[in-house]
Write a protein that binds this ligand. Structure first.
Ligand SMILES: [Mg+2]
Length: 391
């Protein structure tokens, strides 16, 4: 079959705030074929920056947009998904954001092929069997230790076995305040559950400070300390590892190419590498990183703070890796993200598995797409370069 349309679709909440909440808007990508099959993907990026990579006019032979590279192409099996990715990246060689922006299309292409072959994506990328994951509820710290305890108690009531607190005011005051936030999180969730802390890059390049904080946080039995340093500070991450921090370090969610993830694996000394399939370029490069992590003894974890469409895509990448047990599981966010796709609920044991269904195995609610969609039209001198499809 052939690809007949590639539609980047911009959705947003009526108002957007500065909170580190990535569910306030999104970019969906829908691919349709001449056999009537449609696949969906989602990017975790600035939606309109990525949308432009789908429709920017050609500058020369190395700046050709994603839609032009895909429409009319054959898509029948996994090899086509890989071939199409290579074609898009080659034709968009000089578009710096192309890997990142292609994430949604790569995910949608896997969904298409899974539906065509009537198999779940995790099997098409080499998995024989899937293993249930331990979802960790992922939320932001409250604005104070008191607020954090309330958030933590609320999550505990929802029965999560692992919880991660991040961003918010961590790192904005002194050591005592940071400790109070972490202590409140532990107090609120109780002694049983696993606790992860996401520093949200708040200590920049300051390895000394991270070592100090890690020592303090270790008292509260922290599974990992995430992104204590700037995403580009891969050498500093390596230095941090050589100095043996008191808690394991996690990072990698910002990787916009598979090569950046490889750099983290080679030089960052991480215990956990966190990959967002909606940022790194889709399921294809995320799977490459997952396999490299396996070889190096680093634990692969998804990064997901979007809808359950993104969560499904993220889970297919490592569903078959029994050793990689943690699943980032957004537990807060906008109605846009929660209503767009349903499913992937916890089972009686509190674990999460993929439905054994073709493709990604989840359905996009088109009414929710219509409700939050913001139509886009790009014009040059009165000529329309791009116009959103009517849904
Ligand atoms: Mg994070």
């Amino acid at each position: 079959m052939r690809i007949v349309s590639v539609d980047p679709i911009y959705l947003k909440m009526p108002s957007i705030t500065t909170a580190a909440d990535g569910t306030q808007d999104t970019l969906l990508v829908r691919i349709r074929t001449d056999e009537g099959i449609e696949g969906w993907g989602e990017c975790d990026a600035s939606p309109l920056v990525s949308l432009s990579v789908y429709c920017c006019p050609m500058s020369h032979g190395n700046i050709i947009n994603i839609r032009e590279s895909l429409i009319g192409e054959r898509i029948d099996g996994p090899e086509d998904v890989r071939r199409l990715r290579a074609r898009v990246l080659r034709q968009g060689l000089d578009i710096q954001q192309i890997h990142h922006a292609y994430s949604g299309a790569d995910i949608a292409a896997w969904d298409v092929v899974g539906k065509k072959l009537a198999r779940p994506v995790y099997q098409l990328i080499g998995g024989a069997k899937q293993y249930p994951k331990l979802p960790y509820a992922s939320v932001l710290f409250g604005n104070s230790p008191q607020e954090t305890i309330q958030v933590a108690r609320g999550l505990k009531e929802r029965g999560f076995g692992a919880m991660k607190f991040g961003w918010g005011p961590l790192g904005s005051k002194d050591a005592a305040f940071d400790e109070a936030l972490v202590r409140s999180a532990r107090e609120g969730i109780g002694n049983e559950a696993e606790l992860m802390i996401d520093a949200g890059v708040c200590w920049g390049n300051d390895v000394e400070k991270v070592l100090e904080r890690a020592k303090t946080f270790a008292k509260y039995r922290v599974t990992w300390l995430e992104e204590p340093l700037h995403p580009d500070a891969i050498g500093r991450y390596g230095e941090l590892a050589r100095r043996r921090p008191a808690v394991p370090i996690a990072a990698g969610e910002n990787c916009g190419t598979a090569r950046t993830a490889e750099d983290y694996l080679e030089n960052g000394g991480l215990s956990f590498i966190q990959i967002d399939a909606g940022r790194i370029g889709g399921i294809t490069p995320a799977r490459i990183t997952c396999e490299q992590a396996q070889k190096r003894g680093v634990t692969y974890v998804n990064h997901t703070f979007k809808s359950r469409l993104s969560l499904a895509a993220a889970l297919h990448v490592f569903a078959d890796a029994e050793k990689f047990k943690y699943l980032e599981y957004p537990a807060a966010g906008s109605r846009l993200a929660f209503d767009l796709v349903k499913g992937l609920e916890r089972d009686a044991k509190g674990m999460v598995s993929l439905p054994e269904k073709p493709g990604l195995g989840v359905e996009v609610n088109i009414d929710v797409v219509r409700e939050f969609m913001v139509p886009v039209r790009v014009e040059l001198s009165g000529l329309t370069v791009f116009e959103s499809e009517r849904l």
